[in-house]
Design a protein around this ligand. Sequence first.
Ligand code: SAM
Length: 338
Amino acid sequence: CEGRMNDRVSGETCWPPVLERRPPMLDLQGRNINKLRVSVSEACNMACSYCVTGIEDHQVAPDQLAMSDLLRLVELLHRHAGIEKIRITGGEPLLYRELIPFIEGLTQVGLEDIGLTSNGLLLAKSAPALASAGLKHINLSLDSLQPERFREMGRAGSLKSTLKGIDASLKAGLRLKINMVVMKGENDDELADMLEFGIKRGIEVRYLELMRMGPLYQNGDFKLVTMEEMLDQIGERFTITPAKADHDSTSKRFWVPGGYFGIIPNESAPFCSTCSRLRLTSNGKLVGCLSNPEETSIRHLLDEPNPEEKLKSLVMESVSYKQSSFTGSDLVMSKIGG
Ligand code: SAM
C-alpha cells in the first residue's frame, strides 16, 4: 500500500497503518513553528519584580477557558498546525487545579514532548503525579539560593519549598533545567554558586538576560547583565568552553568541568531568526511574538464543526506578527505564558 492507510484502488486495509503525517507550519522566513507555550492560568503565588508590578497583577482571566476547551485548542494546533512540543506555563501552572488531567489529556492526544515552567513552590507534593501523567521535563525558575534574596526578588514564597520541589522532581525521574533571571546589583554575584548547585545535582542552569517586557518596558531602571558580563563572572571560577546547541535553541551553550550551562541572550543577541514558538493564553488567544502585543483569538473555533482551514489561517496571521528583532513590549509574561 506504500504509505496509504487504505488502498484506494482495491479498498483493502493496509497493515501496519502508517500514521498520518502532520504538515509543518512554516512561516515566510522558513521557520518551522512547532513549539507552543500554553498559559493555563494567570494566577501566580509569586510576583517577581521583573515580571509584574505586584501580586494584584495575577488575576485569573475572567474569560478563562474550561480545561477541556483549552485542551481541544491544543489538540487542534497539534493535528492541523504543526505543533509538536508543548510547554505548560502561566502564571504558576501548579496552582491550576486541573493540571494533572490536562497533562493526561495532552498525552492522550499524542503529544510526547510535554514540559512545564514553574517556580517549584508546590512541586514537592505533585512531582510524582506529574511524572505519571506524562510530564517529561521542568524548567524551574530560581533566581537566588539565598533565602532572603529569593523572597525579595519574588516578593513571596520560600526558597526551602522550591528546593524540596527540586529534590522531589529528580526523585520522580523528571528532567530539570534551572532558569535564573539575572539582575544587576540583585543576584549577579550568585552565578557561579548557581552553577555549582546545578552541577552537583546534574541540572543544567540557564541564565536569562533580562527582557524589556511588561513593567520593564521603557523603564529607565533596567538592570541588564549581558551575556559577556555573565561569562566574565562565571569565568572567574570555571574554565568555560563553548558547546553546540540545537539550531532553534534559545540559549547559547557552554561546557565547564562537571557539566553544561546556557545563557539566553534575550537582549544582547536575540534569537528571533530561529524562533519556532507560539503562545496560547488561558482565554484562547495566540500570541506570535513577544515584541508585538497583537493577539489572535482562536476560541471561537471551538464552535466550528470543521475548524481546520480557519485555524491554519489564524495561526499564519499570528505567526506574521513575529518581528525580525526583539524590541520588547508591554505584554506581561505571566499573562501570555512566559
Ligand atoms: N510561574 C512560572 C515560573 O516562575 O517559572 C511560569 C511563568 S514565568 C512568567 C515564566 C518565565 O518568565 C520565568 O522563567 C521568568 O523568570 C520569566 N520572565 C518573566 N519576566 C521576565 C523578564 N522581564 N525578563 C526575563 N525573563 C522573564
